[in-house]
Design a protein around this ligand. Sequence first.
Ligand code: ZN
Length: 244
Amino acid sequence: MVNSDPTKLDVLAIAAHRDDVEITCGGTILKQVDNGKKTGILDLTQGEMGTKGTSEDREREANDAGEILGLSFRQNLKLPDSGVEVNRENKLKIARIIRDTKPELVILPFWLQRHPDHLYAMQLGYDACYLAGLKKLEIDGNGEPHRPRKIIYASSFRDVTHSFYVDITDQMDRKLKAVRAYKSQFDGSPQSKEIFKPGVDIFTYMSVSAMQYGFQVGVKYAEAFSIKENILIDDPLSMPVRSI
Ligand SMILES: [Zn+2]
């Protein structure tokens, strides 16, 4: 079982639905774990509005996927699926988790989204990172005020100019395995093939996308991210990726 009690983390990914993190940035989570870092996922809803599978199925599957990812922490906030709201109560619930787990890096959904839950998860996550750092703000729980140093936005599958890519060549097989753990969602049925793109199997879609990102930076597989601030380079001479 993946630990659901808060523990000190290096990386916390926050998303609306179970499997969102696996699909959008599971390779990067795995890479952090491979590098000895402690990672966690906070799912905001139980996925009870999904066409396929019950919330119990998805809880079991999320635990299996979390074990494949090597997570140190996974918790579900149990907000209503398709009813995630940006309000102070929800912001404080997430801020409490941030204080309790003290991540340095937080991964949020990209800021342009089709599904409102994804958009609101991004907004809630950002606001919670801010609130968690306010020294005078009292929040339930034992955590001291803490503000993550870095927020990055998972923008794979979004048709935008990304800020950077992470090479996940060594993690791709395990990423696919983690998504496969959601058997109720991706069982190969015609219905499950419509979750991402009509008629396209999600595993094919994920592989082709990761290869496309990888091709752009000279590796086999990559995941895409966006950030709002600029990137500081110490030495342009050693920058990876050829220009010509
Ligand atoms: Zn989702």
